[in-house]
Design a protein around this ligand. Sequence first.
Ligand code: ZN
Length: 151
Amino acid sequence: MKGSPLKRGTKDWDRFWSKVKKGPGCWVWQACLRSGYGQFSIGRKMIATHRLVWEMGHGSIPKGMCICHHCDNRKCVRPSHLFIGTSRDNLLDSLDKNLRKRVKLTNEQVLAIRKDTRRISNIGREYDVDNTTIYRIKNRTRWSHVKEEVT
Ligand SMILES: [Zn+2]
């Protein structure tokens, strides 16, 4: 099949976007998930939402390629957060992101980031870490072991 099975102006299109919550960063899929990825049914087929969205803008995904998330948020369907790669690229990308997350920040920096009131993207640029990491630090889903009362 050429292009995305999801076409602008159809009922499926409206149904698809009604299940997406568009935030300032990620656009988060609110409905059915499989392995953490959004799923959407067209006809009888269940299709991964991030793949559908990428195909809308770029046409069919070549065999053996996968669609990756810059933001590491599997539920995200924001076109600008998606990129195409091989499964090897995907693996290297996530390894790279994990490494960066692990090694880059000191406890002092984590505390400073929590207090920082600037936009997440500005903070991320300053510390050279991705926005998701900053977001997670602020929400204490990462580095939750770092406490304010550090001595
Ligand atoms: Zn995203």
